[in-house]
Design a protein around this ligand. Structure first.
Ligand code: PLP
Length: 412
């Protein structure tokens, strides 16, 4: 009887313990027992200030509270409010807009954008290509949509972007499938904080152009920019974007824009999927298929959040205020990262090549063991397949010193 299942076969056995929330529970128990000062909780991927409180952006909060009820409670159009879509495109590219046809549709965060791209541009049962160090949800989204993921190695031996691994995997997959979605989560990658340089980007795009000379192949470059605004100076972090102009018709750029981190509005579930193509027809098709997916999956997005972005975008003073408030937190996280990396070097701790962003990861052969040992020291971090992730975004600066040394000890 215990084998009996009510689900359809493709849904059988589907469940996943969320590692972050499990460890977070342990951290909270430890805080209740020993007090907040005695515990380092590096589990949560949301930005906290140095008093360990959720970092809301004051202007975002104020603007949202001024929005009339109807603009919050009413439905939004299935594809999103037109003003929101325009604002999402402008916020994504600023002055680095590729020369191409660009279309956007609203999605519930970057997650919804990833979902639509995976689903609409990968044949059922085939694979999307993701990095080996990756946001765990890519795998869940693929499985939920009856797809698979395969991975390329993100880093080479020198801890630079591993172009050869990407090339090898793309070639192998394009031998067995005609459609391929390739995920590049940059800048300030989750979980390592790596940002692909413009030179690396040029090499990637030139390789993909070569691969696209086979007209039967369709390649979608999905750029997950969830942490873009925490990666550095506004224009600098976007400098790779113009490389998406002038692509062959069978290479489509797709940017997953998210309000979660950039506007500290995680729970409002708002983002956009932005398509970039050299072909008017492909851009139109992008708009249509992804609008249809919206209707058939979650219907419309959160109107209040869309309105919020429009209000901010429509007033340069508000835009600047939000950027300034966000930059304060960006610098705070930078400082935390600097301390960790400096100390890691001093104690000889091997760390993934962190440049910016919410997370630092430490490669480990037995991540669970390291995490368990750290827990004995009341340090809570998340075990991944290839290492241990520290969410420095939520650890106050005063608790960073010593963390690298404690980790080094836990690795021994
Ligand atoms: N991509 C990455 C790498 C993330 O870490 C996250 C959130 O944690 C997202 C996308 C999407 O977040 P949201 O759906 O809240 O926009």
């Amino acid at each position: 009887m215990s084998d009996f299942s009510m689900t359809a076969s493709h849904a059988r056995g589907k469940y996943e313990e969320d590692a972050v929330f499990t460890i977070l529970k342990y951290a909270q128990e430890s805080i209740a027992k020993y007090g907040r000062d005695q515990v380092v909780n590096a589990t949560i991927g949301t930005l906290f200030d140095d008093n360990e409180r959720f970092a809301a952006l004051a202007t975002v909060d104020e603007v949202y509270r001024r929005i009339p009820a109807v603009e919050i409670m009413d439905y939004a159009p299935i594809s999103g409010l037109p003003g929101f879509l325009e604002a999402a495109i402008n916020f994504t590219f600023y002055n680095q807009r590729p020369e191409a046809y660009i279309e956007a549709i609203a999605t519930p965060g970057g997650c919804g954008a990833v979902r639509n791209v995976f689903y609409n541009y990968t044949e059922q049962g085939q694979a999307a290509l993701i990095p080996d160090w990756a946001w765990v949800a890519y795998g869940s989204i693929a499985r939920e949509n009856r797809l698979r993921v395969e991975s390329y190695q993100l880093f080479d031996r020198d801890n630079r972007f591993n172009l050869s691994s990407l090339q090898e995997k793309v070639r192998a997959l394009l031998k067995v499938q005609d459609n391929l979605v390739i995920v590049l989560n940059t800048p300030a990658h989750n979980p390592t904080g790596y940002s692909i340089s413009v030179t690396e980007w040029s090499a990637i795009m030139s390789f993909l152009r070569d691969m696209a000379s086979d007209q039967d192949k369709r390649i979608v470059v999905l750029v997950d920019i969830a942490y873009l605004d925490y990666a550095g100076e506004r224009e600098e972090v976007r400098r790779f974007m113009p490389l998406f102009g002038g692509l062959p018709e069978n290479v489509l750029g797709a940017f997953a824009f998210s309000m979660s981190k950039s506007f500290s509005a995680y729970g409002m579930r708002s983002g956009a999927l932005i398509g970039v193509s050299q072909s008017r027809e492909i851009a139109d098709e992008f708009y249509k298929v992804n609008s249809f997916s919206n209707r058939g999956t979650w219907s419309n997005g959160t109107r209040g959040a869309q309105r919020l972005l429009m209000e901010i975008a429509g007033d340069s003073q508000l835009t600047e205020a939000v950027n300034a408030e966000r930059n304060i937190y960006r610098h705070l996280v930078e400082k935390r990262g600097e301390i960790f990396m400096r100390e890691a070097e001093a104690v000889g701790l091997d760390v993934c090549p962190y440049q910016a962003g919410f997370f630092i990861s430490v490669p480990a052969a037995e991540p669970e063991t390291v995490v368990a040992r750290l827990q004995q020291e009341r340090v809570f971090a998340v075990p991944l397949e290839k290492g241990v992730r520290f969410a420095i975004c939520s650890v106050p600066t005063s608790k960073i010193p010593g963390l690298a040394a404690r980790t080094k000890k836990a690795m021994a």
